[in-house]
Unconditional design. Structure first.
Ligand code: ZN
Length: 207
């Protein structure tokens, strides 16, 4: 998760899966390049270039509406989310580090890849099942929708770096944990002027 929540021109996060956030460097660049404006800042966290001081923003809003494709590519994290971090064989909930992807129709039997053939499984169940297709998952694999996954995502606790994100992200208060960025000094010195930094990162053309 980045330091700065990135809102679209309609005041909604640009994306929810994952939550659109930027590193403080990219957030300052977006503001400096006039693509976005800061809505909230970190108290006491400033960065200095040789000529200017910036408050690190915790939330920025983009000036132009950014069209975001709602199509869902396959990812392991989204698969686990679809299955509620629940092993589809023993129905116990696990952290994602303890889950594996099980091919419902095994590779050896020409099972496909992706949402239509994968389910979340704990390691012991995956091992126990092997290629035995008589053991079937509780829920048949299916392609989730964007809205379904957003709803499921919001049912889990979330850790955010700043209080100001709360009003924009749509999570229940009791599921939110504030985890401020650690190890960031009160002041950070930018090595270069923002223009040079932006050029280095390909955001501005060298003329
Ligand atoms: Zn299991």
């Amino acid at each position: 998760m980045g330091h700065t929540l990135a809102l679209n021109a309609d005041w909604q996060p640009i994306s929810l899966l994952p939550l659109s956030s930027l590193s403080w460097q990219d957030a300052i660049k977006a503001v400096y390049l006039d693509a976005a404006r800061p809505l909230h800042v970190y108290e006491g966290w400033q960065v200095k270039s040789p000529s200017r001081t910036f408050n690190v923003p915790s939330v920025i809003i983009f000036k132009d509406y950014i069209k975001f494709r709602r199509g869902l590519g396959y990812s392991k994290d989204l698969l686990y989310l679809r299955d509620g971090y629940t092993c589809q064989y023993c129905l116990k909930v696990f952290p994602s580090s303890k889950l594996t992807v099980d091919h419902v129709i095994p590779k050896s039997k020409k099972g496909g890849t992706g949402y239509l053939n994968f389910v979340a499984s704990c390691e012991p169940c995956n091992f126990k099942r092997g290629n035995d297709t008589r053991i079937q998952p509780k829920t048949k694999p299916y392609r989730p929708t964007y809205h379904e996954l957003v709803k499921k995502y919001r049912a889990f606790p979330i850790s955010i770096p700043h209080e100001s994100w709360k009003e924009y992200i749509g999570w229940e208060e009791n599921l939110i944990r504030i985890n401020p960025p650690s190890g960031e000094p009160g002041y950070t010195r930018l090595e270069t002027e923002p223009e040079r930094l932006a050029k280095k990162l390909g955001l501005l053309d060298d003329e």
